[in-house]
Design a protein around this ligand. Structure first.
Ligand code: GDP
Ligand code: GDP
Length: 435
């Protein structure tokens, strides 16, 4: 389970600049997914191997920008659920009325926030800070997000040490293949969870102490252990209010992170919508295996089915390695078969490959298609070894690897994927250059 950091503040104080700085280290390791725009509001960060989730709550002060109420509500909820709230202000503008309003709002909600004074570049640090004491925060950081100044030392202080983190991380206590069920509200997650647990030959164990976030349900099916990560909270739902508020982006992001395999549920009757694509982007950038369940397939006529299939084919052509299942969670059709994909995904995510095998694949790929020249010299890729699992990570050593174009990285990923028969999971590449 990762720490969640929420960024709060008026428009233009530098939230998205900070967001980019905090998530950038992560991006560098991930090949681009053509055809997929990533949600700029939710990202993964990595500082000294400490992973965290960053949320830019741009919508919080958004009413004047005409952002819809649902989004503002998600943002507020995100603030409440976050582990760390950073309240960003503009060190050049000084304290603005909006800052005061937000600070009061945070205080009223009981959320503990740290004050982050941004845009301190070229300013006298002492002068900058004094103004903001009036906002009444106990701790404050001074940064210049656009110069990436002060950001790392802030994270150093905010993030737990790896030892502390080991205490927080409970995900690994859950047995077997961890399956995260995610999707927008009303796509049928709860129905699917109930269906998967209610299937014949499924033995559901007693729930151990539940965590703060999603519900982890251990069970066994055909001799294989699984833990279902239920973001919809089926098993815990008690009253109507909870039904309304059950969708939580943080739960969703945590579930993705904790999972080996994510089943992304899509509502066939609505087709693919932007939020589906954003969730997909998060699954892929978190490096998780993905199975796509197109739900509510029952009772749709042939013409509508063709339309949905065509849309999926067109918009998800970059995801040809992920299995798609057309299912009815309500009636159960297609649900059992999904386990074959889940199991195959898990195997791919956890596979171990010897160095000589990876290096041979690299050599063959280069022989068929050389990396380009940079500054009159050809980029050299020498050998590859495995850097980790879930996501399977291939570390490639060579020269000038910083200049390797995205298209070539994708070519490499496809070559490795084909030979290694990796299904459902992205392969992450890290490039190490000796010059
Ligand atoms: P947001 O609306 O809070 O997400 O703010 P943005 O990240 O879009 O930043 C608003 C403006 O402030 C942009 O023009 C940024 O380039 C600028 N900005 C952000 N951080 C800094 C900083 O540390 N120093 C300076 N001088 N400008 C910054
Ligand atoms: P969640 O918000 O994603 O957990 O969605 P729910 O499981 O609560 O389902 C939302 C609505 O869709 C409910 O009325 C379900 O009965 C309905 N639903 C779920 N799965 C199916 C399905 O496979 N077919 C049909 N026709 N309706 C479904």
């Amino acid at each position: 389970m990762n720490l969640v950091i929420a960024l709060v503040g008026r428009p233009n104080v530098g939230k998205s600049t900070l967001f980019n700085q905090m998530t950038r280290s992560r991006d560098a390791l991930v090949a681009d997914f053509p055809g997929l725009t990533r949600d700029r509001k939710y990202g993964e960060g990595n500082y000294e191997n400490q992973r965290f989730i960053v949320i830019d709550t741009g919508g919080l002060m958004g009413d004047e920008l005409g952002l819809d109420a649902a989004m503002a509500k998600q943002s507020l909820q995100a603030v409440e659920e976050a582990d760390i709230v950073l309240f960003i202000v503009d060190g050049r503008a000084g304290v603005m009325p909006g800052d005061q309003v937000l600070a009061d709002q945070l205080r009223r909600s009981g959320t503990q926030a740290h004050l982050v004074i941004n845009k301190t570049d070229g300013q006298d640090p002492n002068l900058v800070a004094s103004d903001f004491y009036a906002l009444g925060f106990q701790s404050q950081f001074r940064i210049a997000a656009s110069h990436n100044r002060g950001v790392r030392s802030m994270l150093e202080i905010l993030l737990p040490t790896p030892e502390e983190d080991a205490d927080i991380d409970g995900a690994h206590n859950h047995p077997g293949i961890r399956i995260g069920i995610v999707g927008r509200p009303n796509v049928g997650k709860s129905t699917l969870v109930n269906r998967m647990l209610g299937e014949e030959r499924v033995v559901v164990y007693d729930l151990p102490g539940t965590t703060r976030d999603s519900i982890y349900i251990p069970y066994e099916r055909l001799g294989q252990e699984y833990t279902l990560i239920d973001t919809a909270g089926v098993r815990r739902r008690k009253n109507v209010r909870e039904v309304v508020e059950k969708f939580s982006i943080i739960k969703t992001l945590q579930a993705i992170d904790d999972a080996h395999v994510v089943i992304l549920v899509i509502d066939a009757r609505e087709g693919l919508v932007d939020q589906d694509m954003h969730l997909m982007g998060f699954v892929l950038s978190a490096g998780r295996s993905l199975v796509i369940a197109i739900n509510k397939w029952d009772g749709m006529n042939g013409e509508d089915r063709d339309k949905v299939k065509e849309q999926i084919r067109r918009r998800l052509d970059f995801l040809d390695y992920a299995d798609k299942h057309y299912i009815s969670a309500l009636h159960g059709s297609g649900v059992g078969v999904m386990y074959q994909s889940v199991n195959a995904c898990y195997e791919s995510a956890m596979a171990k490959w010897p160095t000589n095998r990876l290096t041979t694949i690299l050599e063959d790929a280069i022989a068929q298609h050389q990396p380009p020249m940079v500054h009159g010299r050809r980029i050299k890729l020498r050998y590859a070894h495995q850097g980790g699992s879930n996501p399977p990570t291939v570390v490639v050593h060579g020269n000038q690897t910083d200049s390797l174009p995205g298209a070539y990285k994708r070519y490499l990923e496809n070559s490795f994927r084909k030979v290694l028969a990796v299904t459902g999971t992205p392969i992450r590449f890290e490039f190490r250059s000796s010059e």
